[in-house]
Design a protein around this ligand. Structure first.
Ligand SMILES: [Fe+2]
Ligand SMILES: [Fe+2]
Length: 313
């Protein structure tokens, strides 16, 4: 279906793929099942879309085979897919195993009078190597809980934004720079200065929070996409089923967006599953990821009355 002069985009996020069918994290279904449910529900929108954007945490722990398997799924879609990494991703295997002829890790693509700018916002999970490149830190999942830009990524973004002839820019990140979840990104952070310096950035799309939050950053709307694997209804403090977002970008810079939760057995099961206590504590700020990580397995079990769901948490 054609929609006059607007551009259709489908956003998926936080697929958390593993290296083999049957591998999962801490909910009952596999990441494959959640993504399959999302892509089936979104088939019409994907068929109509100029592109699909996948906003990070593509793999759960970064196995090469996870990116191979995800690349096969995304490569079969009828629209080009543009991906960026999240705090769970590992750069080297992602770059080696994910790209396909229609699955991209490039930082920018222009569609009509809109530029899609995909930035790596995992600076806090990186360290500078002696050879001048940034490498993933072992603790990147927790260290990069908030968005940040390395000087290299900031300069790359500024060069693209200065050179583009596009009238409007849509900025895609993994971690959303919302004041309530990313206090370190406020004020005069590199990301804030970048957005402030380029008024053509009309909107920001992100993932990471596994929910459908929205807000503002530097006067620009921020839209957060649910996870295709496991989402949270942070307002209600309950688990939620697989979801995604659709967008329509207008020639005058306006953005319409809609959140979709996929109805069906996965969502029914998630809604009927009690929120893990540690996750409720994490969301409420009663504990930090760093504090959780410092607990031994026995201490975790003693404190929460349940086994540690994943080795890193
Ligand atoms: Fe995630
Ligand atoms: Fe994340």
């Amino acid at each position: 279906m054609q929609h006059d002069d607007t551009i259709g985009i489908v956003q998926i996020s936080d697929t958390h793929f593993r290296d083999a069918p049957g591998a999962r994290s801490f909910v009952a279904h596999e990441p494959d099942e959640g993504l399959a449910a999302v892509l089936a529900h979104a088939a019409g929108a994907v068929g109509d879309a100029a592109l699909v954007v996948a906003t990070g945490d593509l793999a759960d722990i970064g196995e090469p085979a996870a990116y191979e398997r995800l690349g096969e799924v995304l490569g079969a879609l009828p629209a080009p897919v543009y991906c960026l990494g999240g705090n769970h991703d590992r750069q080297d295997p992602m770059q080696a195993c994910l790209p396909r002829p229609t699955v991209h890790l490039e930082p920018a693509v222009q569609v009509g009078n809109w530029l899609m700018l995909l930035l790596d916002s995992n600076a806090h999970g990186r360290e500078l190597s002696p050879d001048g490149t940034y490498r993933d830190r072992d603790d990147r999942v927790h260290a990069a809980a908030q968005p940040g830009l390395t000087p290299v990524e900031e300069q790359r973004a500024r060069a693209i934004l200065t050179a583009t002839r596009a009238e409007h820019v849509f900025l895609w990140l993994h971690q959303p720079p919302l004041p309530e979840t990313a206090p370190a990104a406020q004020g005069d952070s590199a990301l804030a200065l970048l957005v402030r310096d380029f008024p053509r950035i009309r909107a920001i799309g992100a993932g990471h929070l596994h929910g459908d939050l929205s807000g503002e950053f530097e006067g620009r709307p921020v839209h957060v996409c649910p996870s295709s694997y496991m989402s949270l209804d942070r307002r209600g403090g309950v688990l939620e089923g697989p979801g995604y977002r659709t967008y329509r970008l207008h020639p005058d810079g306006r953005v319409d967006t809609e959140v979709h939760t996929v109805p069906g057995p996965l969502t029914d099961t998630m809604r009927a599953t009690p929120m893990p206590v540690y996750l409720a504590d994490l969301m409420a700020g009663r504990v930090t990821g760093k504090e959780l990580r410092a607990l031994s397995d026995a201490e975790f079990e003693a404190r929460y009355g349940e086994r540690r769901p994943m080795p890193r948490v």
